[in-house]
Design a protein around this ligand. Structure first.
Ligand code: COA
Length: 337
């Protein structure tokens, strides 16, 4: 394939809040569930939750700082922040994060694409770079899902978690390690019932704070969500591989949105991804929505697990419903010291 202008991953970073909640810890220990059920049905053994007062923006600043350091502290000319849990309804969280990172008056905005937020953010960064509108983009994905989780709902409290990940994209050549090769996104708004926070938005404002806890928190139709996540991530992954003409056994790294280990296994099995190319850390971090893919990427950079240039497939599915897939080659990154 002839080389051309591409966006290239020049740095990654992540941050987890220090508080660790194990399956047997409160408040999960007070639910009608067991440590074994959570581990075997979701793959999760522990997750990180923020302490009261710590916001999504706070986590994004830390992840962004790490990613910028990993990229050699370049001049950034766009910041996008994917999140389901912004610091405020208004204004967006991205400008505050950009300011805290010392990036001046750079354009900065939020992206609401639920668990697919990182793929949507990468798509935006890739398009800005390839159109010549930006030379370097900081893509952040950060969540404090514990702030919108009903601690009495065993269907969500055991899975959702907090964390942040980030990638720096710069202009480069499609033949370089780390170059984005293809992006595919999709949505189906007829299934917005799959995962929704009912109260507090313009459709059901809650100015008195009178709505029931369940309506102020994320409600999920777990089994429905499971089925749609498997279907959409499988479809979009197959389409992406076909578009790139990548045989599935040539994929060196497959990173799917970490909603549930069983979903990841099912998608990887259906697509036919070799067992040695499947990477996840859901056991230690839970479902961190948009942050889950860059959290894995950063772990893999830190451990030097994936060879530079390896064909890499990212895919995600989230509430909305929204989904996406990105094909890239594994970047040439050294762990930050
Ligand atoms: N502990 C014990 N039992 C539980 C439980 C828990 N935490 N959660 C549900 N159950 C029960 C259910 O009540 C049900 O019992 P029943 O058979 O007596 O009715 C049984 O376990 C199976 O419930 P189900 O909801 O089918 O469980 P599941 O295996 O689908 O696991 C989720 C529930 C939420 C973990 C799973 O559906 C899931 O991961 N869904 C997808 C999430 C997703 O894709 N998110 C993407 C964007 S965030």
């Amino acid at each position: 394939m002839a080389s051309c202008l591409a966006s290239v991953v020049a740095g990654v970073g992540s941050f987890l809040p220090p508080r660790v909640v194990r399956n047997g810890d409160p408040p999960l220990s007070g639910l009608d569930t067991t440590e074994d059920w959570i581990r075997t049905r979701t793959g999760i053994e522990r997750r990180h939750w923020v302490e009261p007062g710590t916001s999504t923006g706070d986590l994004a600043v830390e992840a962004g700082r790490a990613a910028l350091r990993s990229a050699g502290d370049p001049v950034v000319d766009l910041v996008v922040l994917a999140t389901t849990t912004p610091d405020h309804h208004s204004p967006g969280t991205a400008p505050w994060v950009a300011a805290r990172l010392g990036l001046g008056t750079v354009p900065a905005f939020d992206i609401a694409a639920a668990c697919s937020g990182f793929t949507y953010g990468m798509a935006v960064g890739d398009a800005w770079i390839r159109s010549g509108s930006a030379e370097c983009v900081l893509v952040l994905a950060a969540e404090t899902l514990s702030t919108i989780t009903d601690p009495t709902d065993r269907g969500t409290a055991v899975v959702f978690a907090d964390g942040a990940g980030a990638a720096v994209l710069r202009g480069g050549d499609s033949g370089e390690p780390g170059a984005v090769q293809a992006v595919l996104l999709g949505s189906d708004g007829t299934r917005k019932d799959l995962a929704v926070v009912n109260a507090g938005g313009s459709r059901h404002p809650d100015p008195e704070g009178a709505a029931a806890l369940a309506d102020r928190c994320l409600r999920m139709r777990g089994p429905d969500m499971f089925a749609h996540a498997v279907r959409r991530m499988t479809e979009v992954s197959r389409l992406l591989l076909a578009r790139l003409e990548w045989p599935v056994d040539s994929v060196g790294a497959f990173i799917g949105h970490q909603a549930n280990q069983r979903i990841l296994d099912k998608v990887a099995d259906l697509v036919g991804v070799p067992a040695t190319s499947r990477f996840a850390n859901i056991r230690d971090v839970g479902n961190t929505s948009s942050a889950s893919i860059p959290l894995v990427m950063d772990d893999l950079v830190k451990t030097g697990t994936v060879p530079c240039g390896a064909r890499t497939l990212l895919t995600a599915f989230g509430g909305g419903a929204v989904w996406g897939a990105i094909g890239l080659t594994w970047p040439d990154l050294k762990p930050a010291v």
